[in-house]
Design a protein around this ligand. Structure first.
Ligand SMILES: Cc1cc2nc3c(=O)[nH]c(=O)nc-3n(C[C@H](O)[C@H](O)[C@H](O)COP(=O)(O)OP(=O)(O)OC[C@H]3O[C@@H](n4cnc5c(N)ncnc54)[C@H](O)[C@@H]3O)c2cc1C
Length: 253
């Protein structure tokens, strides 16, 4: 489908850590499904210092019903678009490609008793949008959100996550994972290894199994590859429309 650029105005650019931002904007977004992404376009300098337009995809973390759009992003060292996004101030303009697109959405996930939402870094974004909607709470008996980061300060959106926990105490589990420091309540390490040695399931009080689970994975390519390898050892397969499986993923880079 051809995309159409629409204007957006920055409402707020919240600094969550020195590198992580929540960009809230006002735009006439077309209807979208929680989990989809949009390309954001900003002016960036080229090699000669001239300003040119550049665009990159970002997952929407607002629910389709919310008034403002929101994306969660981190500054990539030397990255043109992420640095330009970080510099945006309230009232600044950017452009957004419409419609939002992507298949990392609950309508593409087959029925299962338990849904595992595994993320590294900003890969938690699509899940926040999905969890703000009614669908996952109707469809799955248990929802386990696992957020893996390098340092504890990157365990962002705690207020929202605690609201999910408060509203669905027995249905929802949240497991923070920190790789580079110890942190109370968090597991230490990386998700694939924590699945392999059983610590993630022990913390969740729930098994990951071919029969009962669907696992969503969102983040960088190494994380996706290593997690799929561990799950495949348990007989789990990538989910395709023509060949149902138990693993769905979205790769950011
Ligand atoms: C479907 C999709 C959804 C995405 N959603 C998000 C999102 O919600 N939030 C978000 O922050 N990013 C998201 N990304 C990544 C984003 O589109 C950009 O790639 C990222 O912001 C870097 O763009 P840049 O122009 O600043 O850097 P570039 O110049 O494009 O990147 C420089 C290098 O950094 C690597 N890189 C890209 N992203 C990261 C990262 N996050 N951390 C470390 N290294 C990285 C790239 O492999 C590249 O080699 C998404 C990507 C895809 C494909």
């Amino acid at each position: 489908m051809a995309s159409n650029w629409i204007p957006a105005k920055v409402i707020e650019n919240r600094v969550l850590t020195a590198r992580h931002f929540s960009l809230i904007f006002d735009a006439q977004l077309m209807p979208f499904e929680a989990g989809q992404f949009a390309r954001l376009q900003v002016d960036v300098p080229d090699e000669d210092g001239h300003m040119v337009k550049a665009a990159k995809p970002y997952s929407l973390i607002n629910s389709p019903e919310e008034k403002y759009g929101e994306v969660y992003f981190n500054i990539v060292p030397g990255g043109k678009v992420s640095n330009a996004l970080a510099a945006l101030k309230p009232g600044d303009s950017l452009e957004i490609a419409q419609p939002c697109v992507g298949f990392f959405v609950l309508s593409q996930i087959p029925d299962a008793r338990h849904i595992w939402m595994l993320a590294t870094g900003t890969g938690i974004g699509p899940y926040l949008s999905m969890l703000k909607t009614a669908e996952p709470w109707h469809r799955f008996q248990k929802i386990i959100l696992v957020h893996a980061v390098s340092h504890a300060e990157e365990l962002t959106y705690q207020e929202l996550i605690m609201r999910f926990k408060h509203d669905h105490p027995s249905q929802f589990g949240y497991i923070p994972v920190v790789s580079r420091e110890d942190y109370p309540e968090a597991l230490r390490g990386r998700i694939p290894a924590l699945i392999e040695d059983g610590s993630l399931e022990k913390k969740a009080g729930l098994k990951i199994s071919k029969e009962e689970s669907h696992v969503m994975i969102c983040g960088n390519s190494g994380f996706l590859k290593d997690t799929k390898e561990v799950l495949k050892k348990r007989g789990m397969e990538r989910h395709l429309n023509h060949k149902p499986g138990q693993i769905s993923s979205e790769q950011y880079f």
